[in-house]
Design a protein around this ligand. Sequence first.
Ligand SMILES: CC(C)(COP(=O)(O)OP(=O)(O)OC[C@H]1O[C@@H](n2cnc3c(N)ncnc32)[C@H](O)[C@@H]1OP(=O)(O)O)[C@@H](O)C(=O)NCCC(=O)NCCS
Length: 147
Amino acid sequence: MKIRAATYADAEAGAQVLQRSIAELCRADHNDNDTVLAAWTANKTPRNWKIWIDQNETELFVAVASDQIAGVGMLDHAGTIMLNYVSPDHRWRGVSKALLARMERQAFDWGLRECVVESTNAARRFYESAGYHGSSDTPRMTKTISV
Ligand SMILES: CC(C)(COP(=O)(O)OP(=O)(O)OC[C@H]1O[C@@H](n2cnc3c(N)ncnc32)[C@H](O)[C@@H]1OP(=O)(O)O)[C@@H](O)C(=O)NCCC(=O)NCCS
């Protein structure tokens, strides 16, 4: 598996991974509520993918395994993990961990010393084991980075 910068050519497959990851893996968050799901996935489109690539304040990454997009990560210049979504077809194979490590390294290289994430319920344990801390009554979690 390889992590690389996202390209325009990834737009269709990348948006599809985001849609499926949210719908299929984040049930603990949307509880199969169609309204919540529609609001969450509304901006995860090929059109917005290209906007995310073009905008200066974020970096968009993909994890690629067997020539397929296995995961998508996006980091902003303040150190916020904006996206970290694995394809349901590639779960539990180190994809989210690798994307997170890549984004933390990028943040460190920009001179930042902290990353922040608004964790889903689905991923909270994942972030805890990656060194993130936060109060259990809020989704916000932070980690001091020292790559
Ligand atoms: C939980 C999730 C993030 C893990 O990512 P993954 O790519 O499937 O798995 P990885 O191999 O990268 O990570 C494995 C780690 O997940 C954690 N983990 C293990 N079981 C877990 C569980 N039942 N629930 C949550 N995390 C778990 C562990 O820390 C494990 O690390 P370890 O093997 O060193 O103990 C992912 O499966 C998922 O559900 N994603 C949904 C999208 C999402 O919520 N993204 C976060 C947006 S903020």
